[in-house]
Design a protein around this ligand. Sequence first.
Ligand code: ADP
Ligand code: MG
Length: 463
Amino acid sequence: SGKWARARAIVKELEDKCGTPIGKLRQVADAMDVEMHAGLASEGGSKLKMLISYVDNLPTGDEKGLFYALDLGGTNFRVLRVQLGGKEEGVVNQEFEEVSIPPHLMTGSSDALFDFIAEALAKFVESEPEGFHPPPGRQRELGFTFSFPVRQTSICSGNLIKWTKGFNIEDAVGGDVVGLLTKSMEKIGLDMRVSALVNDTIGTLAGGRFYNQDVIAAVILGTGTNAAYVERAHAIPKWPGLLPKSGEMVINMEWGNFRSSHLPLTEYDQVLDYESLNPGEQIFEKLISGMYLGEIVRRILLKMAEEADFFGESVPPKLKIPFILRTPDMSAMHHDASPDLKVVGSKLGDILEISNTSLTMRKIVVEVCDIVATRGARLSAAGILGILKKIGRDTVKAGEKQKSVIALDGGLFEHYTKFRTCMESTLKELLGEEEAESIVIEHSNDGSGIGAALLAASHSQYL
Ligand code: ADP
Ligand code: MG
């Protein structure tokens, strides 16, 4: 019937607009490489901020003692403590707690947010087991993973450039986030020093390096997306001071803000961006990351409902609610292997209150999920190729057996299997068989927390 023809036409057009043939991915990778150079050349030289992390040494494995870490950057925040035993013993003990952030705190005042965090941290410290206390007279030390763009002024201080991922607390922008946390800790008498302020990508890179010395970059695919990598210090023209002794500097790319004319953007992406909390910003992130994939699918289904009566004569009211379709639900539909697509049916019913969907409708919904996830996964692979190009690791030199390991983490990578496998196979495809053998993607399970604790240890005031 005409209805199906119209629906199919919408999906067909979507598929065309979302296309990511290898040639296009190479253009994206090249553009990433170019923007990386520009961002390193001068402050504000690119959409890619290429932030200097002040991490010029990654963990060696010698780190010792009790350290805390706090991970803030999405819907949950985590507090953890790690007992490090040096080369011989590694991570002796590790405990963590996860606390979800009440949504009103994500758009309220900075005092309210940081007071809440300090409170949760204090409670966690109280549960410190007997035998794991710091030596008398010593302050507890914390690695603070804060996964928003920060202009660092040292390893343990930095000013918030902007919020992303649904956070929007105006009075914090421009402020020193370590100062804000410290003030909230002091208010409640929690005696703790923030000895390292890092991004989740930096934490993941550090955590990855602790276990595997071949780790050279880290990528987060979670609520948002970002990447960090080890750069040669002399390749950072904008670096203001003396070059670090190690000759290296970890760079927080803030790649979520990457944009390029080569990115396949659709009308859905444009309107999503326009109606977002941060229009014009984080365009790469809005194509790739967990916060947005489900929302893109919702917008496509809404259009099909409106213009092709896809779900019947009236538009299902729930389908009009932004962000109602979350990426985990999209993923569950996408992975539905039952012959009658029963998961798709129940997700559409439970979340969108669309009942009695036919198998044909369900199949089309899966197709839409596939188009959106495939585009995101392939673009992520292109981004990784961009990094490898920048550091000259996209080609193997004759006789060289150098491995390059990229530590990946984040809920999207971890749980969205089709996304992950598509990203991995696309990277192989881009690299070619021989090169692909030297590049390893490693899941760094919560490396960022351990990484922050390790960096707190290597920047301890007691060293
Ligand atoms: P954050 O990025 O907030 O620090 P995570 O790394 O745990 O936290 O990522 C959480 C995100 O991962 C969620 O917002 C969601 O988009 C995505 N995610 C979680 N579970 C799944 C899933 N089963 N399928 C697809 N995406 C998922
Ligand atoms: Mg995270």
